[in-house]
Write a protein that binds this ligand. Structure first.
Ligand code: FCB
Length: 456
């Protein structure tokens, strides 16, 4: 890929957005309250052996009842944006009409309170909790799912569009399609290459349709999708591992961003997707968006693996690379590289909508949580982002994953990603040392960004 050559947009640096991100199933709880329907994750969590310790999102951080306290904490933190997701089955319990007024009213309360706290709501339509009823009709393997999603997008736009202007259609579509439909490890727990291809294409169609519906129902909407961009490197020497890394790169980094932004599938995917594609589909998928949402944690080290339908597996990083609590390699330089390359490939303003790390946090004798590894990680990664901006990448915002410790999918509650510690038995929130570090970063950032802009 070419390196970025653009000069820095000084105005966009002045309006740089600092935020935190969460998602519905990971924090809300209240799984059986006020008419919420079941999602694929409710059922998946109930299957033996799927989730560490048999955990579920039934209660999670009880954010459904404690959202006001959580917003007050965000205000203390000093963020000017909050990215959350709407639980589709909370507002459409079967995934289609009729709608659930109590569920819609929860998001009204959340949005109104955010606005009163001067925190801009960034609403993500889909962070993996597909209504179970739709899964029973094939879920993302069914082409009709794009239409169901479009109708859900219309509901969101017409209900919240007077107050919410920032919309992301999907969070990390490559993660939930790859692990949910092919490699295993996520809901709905299918392992089939054909299902993966169908899911990829139908999610792309759903994205394009939702962009159109949001434009039609929200004035001044600012719309994007959230892609997890991670360099894919071979973990071992040998042609088969090099090929596996190229294959994973196509599925992980290109399967959604390329058709949505550039209007074509990556070369390695074009033939496999073709049987599921109709003549006008790429034009329906490639609808104009306003920005590129980018999540990044680490690079991938890839091996060939005949044990799954895609033929790829995740190998260990080199022995000298430090790892996070999740075992993910900590390599800030890969983040800088990713931002610069994404900038030059897609030519859209970038918002980093997730970055953060899991560490083994504990409450200490003084009642605080000294999470130095998270501070080290965030410092190194935000420095890498500033370096990318200096190199010309048009990055306009940064959101930490996550505000709170929460339900980390197959790891359950065993991994803590929050700036705020959640004591699950009591639901007490304890801001960690990293919370105070991030608050200071946000305060000092305007001067730092102005300095970068003046030198460009
Ligand atoms: C991302 C997910 C998010 C969270 C973080 C750690 O892949 O979008 O929900 O699980 O990883």
């Amino acid at each position: 890929m070419r390196a970025a050559t653009r000069s820095l947009p000084a105005k966009s640096l002045a309006g740089f957005v600092w935020g935190v991100s969460t998602s519905s199933y990971q924090i809300e709880g209240a799984a059986n309250e006020d008419g919420r329907g079941p999602s694929i994750w409710d059922l998946y969590c109930r299957q033996a052996g799927r989730i560490a310790n048999g955990d579920t999102g039934d209660v999670a951080c009880d954010h459904y009842h404690r959202y006001a306290e959580d917003i007050a904490l965000m205000r203390d933190l000093g963020v000017n944006a909050y990215r959350f997701s709407v639980a589709w089955p909370r507002i459409m319990p079967t995934g289609r009409r009729p709608t659930n007024e109590a569920g819609l009213a929860f998001y009204d309360r959340l949005i109104d309170r955010l606005i009163a706290a001067k925190i801009e709501p960034w609403l993500c339509l889909y962070h993996w909790d597909l209504p179970q009823t739709l899964d029973e009709r094939g879920g993302w393997t069914n082409r009709d799912c794009a239409q169901w999603f479009a109708d859900y997008a219309t509901l969101i736009g017409s209900r919240f569009g007077d107050r919410v202007k920032r919309y992301a259609t999907f969070n990390e579509p490559s993660v939930f399609t790859l692990f949910g439909y092919c490699l295993g490890g996520q809901a709905p727990g299918i392992s089939s290459y054909t299902s993966l291809l169908q899911a990829i294409h139908h999610v792309n169609l759903a994205h394009g349709a939702a962009v159109d519906r949001l434009r039609a129902s929200v004035s001044d909407a600012s719309i994007g999708a959230i892609h997890n961009c991670q360099p894919c490197r071979p973990a071992r020497e040998g042609a088969e591992h090099v090929l596996a890394a190229q294959k994973l790169d196509a599925y992980w980094n290109g399967a959604f961003a390329d058709p949505q932004v550039l209007g074509h599938y990556p070369r390695l995917l074009a033939d496999p997707i073709a049987p599921h594609q109709r003549p006008d589909d790429l034009a329906r998928i490639c609808r104009p968006v306003d920005w590129f949402g980018l999540n990044h944690y680490s690079p991938h080290y890839v091996v060939a693996d005949a044990g799954n339908p895609l033929g790829v597996g995740f190998g260990p990083p080199p022995a000298n690379v430090p790892r996070s609590g999740m075992g993910w390699p900590v390599e800030p330089e890969a983040f800088r590289e990713t931002l610069v390359e994404t900038n030059s490939r897609y030519r859209l303003p970038i918002y980093v909508l997730e970055n953060g790390t899991a560490s083994h946090d504990n409450i200490d004798a003084e009642g605080g949580v000294a999470d130095q590894p998270r501070i080290d990680y965030l410092r190194a990664y935000t420095d890498a982002m500033f370096a990318a901006i200096k190199a010309g990448a048009d990055v306009r915002g940064y959101f930490v994953w996550s505000l709170l410790d929460n339900f980390e999918w197959a790891s359950g509650y065993s991994q803590r990603f929050g700036l705020i510690y959640v004591d699950y038995p009591t639901q007490r929130r304890i801001p960690k040392a990293s919370f105070h570090w991030y608050a200071r970063l946000i305060q000092s950032a305007p001067a730092r960004l102005a300095n970068i802009a003046s030198r460009s």
